[in-house]
Design a protein around this ligand. Structure first.
Ligand SMILES: [Zn+2]
Ligand SMILES: [Zn+2]
Length: 301
C-alpha cells in the first residue's frame, strides 16, 4: 500500500510529476496491501504454467511437416493424454505447494527489502537486476541440480522431473514437491541479495518460468529470440540432458552454458553434437556404448 493518500502528495514527495507508468501504478496500488501485490505471483504463475506451453504443445500434437525439422527428438510422439496428465500433475503441485508457499512467504519478501512504492525503477535498473538474478540463479541451480543427480537425490527426488526423456513445455515445472521447494531457493537468492521493486520481482518470476518452459519445449526454432542471448543454453541444450536421462553427467545448467563449460560437464554434449554433425541424423544415434574421453553414455532406452 502506498504511503500517499493522493496523487498530489505522491508528486510532492517525488519532487516531480509522476510518469504515466507511475500514475497507473499509483491508481492500481494506492489502496492495495503489499502482501496482496506479492500474491499476484500466484495468478501470474498459474497463467504462465497454463498458457505459455500451449502453442508449442499444439504444434507437438499436430506436428505439421513444416515444423518437423525443428523437433529435437523427432521419433518421440506423445499423446494428448500425456500432455493432460503432465498439466494435471503440475496443477496439483501448484495448488498444494507453489500457491501456499507464495501465501506464507511475504514476510521474508518484505524482510529482504522488496518494495512496492514510488518511484518506479527505470528500465535499465530492472534489466540490470534481472541479469544479476539470472546469473546467481543459474550458478546455484547448477550445483543443486548436479547434487540431485547423485544416487540418493536422483532416486528420491529428481527422478520425477526426468520421467520426460523428451521434454515438453508443460514438464518444465513437473517435479517432486521437494524439488520444487529446493529449487525455489536459488531463485530467491538474487532478489534477497539485491532487492528490487515488486514489478521487477513479478517480471523475474514470470521470465524465469518462461525460460524453463522454452528450454523444455522439445523444439529448437531458428527464429527463437533466445538464440541471440550470449551463452544461453536453450531447448536443444537441456533437451539433451533429458534425452540421456538419469545417468546424465552433462548439461546441468538451467539457463546459460558457462557453468557446464567451466566445470567440464558439457563433454557428453559436445561429443553428441560432434556425432550429430558427422551423421546428420540424431534419430539413428542411440548412445549405447559410446565413450568419449573416458565418459560413458548411459543407456538411452
Ligand atoms: Zn536432471
Ligand atoms: Zn528439465
Amino acid at each position: 500500500m502506498l504511503s500517499f493518500a493522493t496523487a498530489a502528495e505522491a508528486e510532492a514527495a517525488l519532487g516531480r510529476a509522476m510518469t504515466p507508468a507511475e500514475a497507473l501504478w499509483f491508481r492500481y496500488t494506492a489502496a492495495m496491501p503489499d502482501y496482496f501485490l506479492f500474491w499476484h505471483n500466484i495468478l501470474f504463475l498459474f497463467v504462465v504454467f497454463t498458457l505459455a506451453p500451449l502453442p508449442v504443445a499444439l504444434l507437438e500434437l499436430r506436428t505439421p511437416a513444416v515444423v518437423f525439422p525443428y523437433k529435437l527428438q523427432p521419433r518421440v510422439r506423445l499423446s494428448p493424454s500425456v500432455f493432460f496428465r503432465c498439466y494435471k500433475d503440475v496443477m496439483r503441485i501448484f495448488f498444494v505447494v507453489i500457491g501456499p508457499l507464495q501465501l506464507v512467504s511475504y514476510p521474508i519478501v518484505k524482510m529482504v527489502g522488496i518494495h512496492a512504492g514510488l518511484p518506479l525503477p527505470s528500465l535499465g535498473e530492472m534489466a540490470a537486476q534481472l541479469l544479476v538474478y539470472f546469473l546467481i540463479e543459474d550458478y546455484l541451480n547448477y550445483w543443486v541440480h548436479r547434487l540431485l543427480h547423485g544416487e540418493w537425490g536422483y532416486e528420491k527426488i529428481h527422478r520425477v522431473h526426468h520421467e520426460f526423456t523428451a521434454p515438453i513445455g508443460f514438464a518444465a515445472p513437473y517435479a517432486h514437491w521437494a524439488e520444487v521447494l529446493i529449487l525455489g531457493i536459488p531463485s530467491f537468492v538474487g532478489p534477497a541479495i539485491a532487492p528490487c521493486h515488486m514489478i521487477t520481482f513479478w517480471l523475474w518470476i514470470v521470465l524465469r518460468q518462461m525460460e524453463a518452459i522454452d528450454t523444455h519445449s522439445g523444439f529448437d526454432f531458428p527464429f527463437n529470440l533466445t538464440n541471440y542471448i550470449p551463452f544461453y543454453g536453450g531447448a536443444e541444450y537441456h533437451d539433451y540432458h533429458h534425452y540421456v536421462g538419469g545417468h546424465s553427467q552433462s548439461n546441468f545448467a538451467s539457463v546459460f552454458t558457462y557453468c557446464d563449460y567451466l566445470y567440464g560437464t558439457d563433454r557428453g554434449y559436445k561429443f553428441h553434437k560432434a556425432y550429430q554433425a558427422k551423421t546428420k541424423d540424431l534419430a539413428q544415434y542411440d548412445g549405447k556404448n559410446a565413450d568419449v574421453n573416458g565418459l560413458s553414455y548411459a543407456k538411452l532406452d
